[in-house]
Ligand binder design. Structure first.
Ligand code: COA
Length: 260
């Protein structure tokens, strides 16, 4: 694990290889609500040698200093600064859920270093079921259990379900509320209808994703000109954990397709 200061706070990240090879494309992987860099453990070592891989703990998550960002815009600024401070010049930002909103926001802003987008369990709008959002304040343990339950496909291994439930329950107080509120406020549906994203985009979603249904990914695929959509059977919202082999295979196919 490595650490870098962003806005005076320590942000922690895993990287492969260490040190990074500056001449190569770097995939910067960003977790979703209540998550951390370990959500990408299967990507850290499972992707082609031709790219660098970084998995970041957003502020207030995992081992990074808080507080967590309260909006997608604020979180995007942190990621932008993180990439700048590392001196990365060719980046593919891959985000899951909340992370995908950050990736979309950066693409809509138009960053010269952004060469590819990865949108996992994504949506141009991420409204949260009021029952979940309310519970993040009134009954945090219940909210954590609900999110863990809905994030995986029905057929996921019980051990994976237990692991995720425990992780969500152990998240710092109010973290899930802050993250899900930021998602709930994110709405780029209209911008995507009128503005064009030129960055090549890989959109991947589990067929059994109940938090960001396949329809949301199809909308992204229709709205982004240079995009490719993969729908993974037997996976839910966290496809990178549930079907890591297929996920990594599809990632490689995208890298080749987009000639990154
Ligand atoms: N991409 C494309 N279409 C979208 C969309 C997206 N990101 N978000 C909403 N829409 C569509 C809906 O499919 C619906 O289309 P329809 O009228 O043709 O059926 C329309 O926009 C209105 O959406 P609706 O779901 O009625 O309202 P909403 O966007 O305000 O959502 C919720 C309210 C919370 C009930 C709904 O978003 C939901 O069930 N979300 C999934 C559960 C959740 O909490 N996810 C967390 C994400 S982090």
């Amino acid at each position: 694990m490595a650490v870098i200061q962003v806005d005076g706070k320590d942000l922690r990240y895993d990287l492969n290889p260490d040190p990074l090879r500056k001449d190569r494309l770097t995939g910067v992987f960003i977790h979703g609500s209540g998550g951390d860099r370990l959500d990408w453990k299967y990507q850290l070592n499972g992707l082609p040698d031709s790219i660098n891989v970084i998995a970041l703990d957003l502020p207030g998550h995992g081992r990074s200093q808080g507080p967590p960002a309260e909006s997608i815009e604020a979180a995007s600024q942190v990621v932008k600064q993180f990439i700048h401070n590392l001196g990365l010049e060719r980046v593919m930002v891959v985000g899951c859920s909340l992370g995908s909103a950050i990736a979309l926001h950066l693409a809509l802003e138009g960053q010269s270093w952004l060469k590819g987008l990865g949108l996992v369990g994504a949506g141009a709008r991420l409204r949260v079921l009021p029952a979940i959002l309310d519970a993040t304040l009134s009954a945090p343990e219940k909210a954590a259990a609900m999110v863990a339950h809905w994030a995986l496909s029905q057929d996921a291994d019980q051990s994976l379900k237990d692991e995720l439930t425990q992780k969500m329950a152990q998240a710092p107080e109010r973290l899930l509320h802050t993250d899900l509120s930021a998602c709930n406020d994110f709405d780029a549906l209209n911008r995507l209808k009128t503005e064009s994203i030129k960055t090549p985009a890989w959109i991947i979603v589990g067929e059994d994703d109940k938090l960001t249904p396949v329809k949301y990914s199809k909308f992204l695929n229709d709205s982004i000109k240079n995009s490719r959509l993969d729908i993974l059977p037997d996976a839910g919202h966290l496809a990178m954990i549930e079907s890591p082999v297929e996920f990594n295979e599809k990632f490689k196919e995208f890298i080749n397709w987009a000639a990154l």
